[in-house]
Design a protein around this ligand. Sequence first.
Ligand SMILES: [Fe+2]
Ligand SMILES: [Fe+2]
Length: 271
Amino acid sequence: MTPTGTASNQGDTTDTEAEPHQLDEETFYGEVRSFSFWFEAVEGYLEGRPYGYDPAMPEEQLDQQHRERIVTTLCNYCVGEAAALEAASGMVRLAPNHNSRIFMATQVADEARHLEVFLHRIGQLGVQDPEAEVQRLAHPNIVAFKARLLELVDDGDWDASVFALNVLLETLEFTVFRYHARTADAITSQILDGVVSDERRHLGFGENTLGHHLVAHPDDRARLTEMKSQLDTLVLGAFEGAYDDLGLHRDQRPQLGRDYLEAVERLGLLG
Ligand SMILES: [Fe+2]
Ligand SMILES: [Fe+2]
């Protein structure tokens, strides 16, 4: 992959004359992937919400069974967020240019915050050792997805990592969190709303980066399609683990999986 827009080629007049559109694009991405853009975005929904929600918000009365269901769900979210955090941090090194590298650094901060707020919420719901609880309750499919994602990062495969993290995992989270925010207690719901806003940004990066990549490398579509069919089994299996926790009726269950598959399809990346 050719690095573009790096400090070393900025001001290169040959590039300026040869590819003005590319430079415009670099300026644009330099802005929308910057920390100041990120800060403006998160400020709106995180200011005054140290753990993702307004501390003045009263806790709802939750019975024991409901509380346990939320804890199980949040434990599974923590596996997804830890996967995203560890993968994104590794991807800072793999990124082909500085604006992607900087964006991944903002994503590292977001994913660390997501992990933090979910662990905090689990503790608030009465769990003494949230980290141990995550290990105890994590669904095998989301654990397997995490292992596969980190293998792609360890292999140094930037495009596959962007696809698995910023397209597949982000779409899964975006779909489930948005659904869950509608049915959860008020505090969990506010936390989820803030997380969804971040995931939307991460998904946008994946859609854009992969879209550009596949225009330049259409042959890679077959490889990513094959990867998707393998990873979808794990993603849809993770839904199986979340159904009971989300309190979904049997007839609502297939819809969530369909929403995920349709959301990935709507991106139009794989044709
Ligand atoms: Fe996240
Ligand atoms: Fe994310």
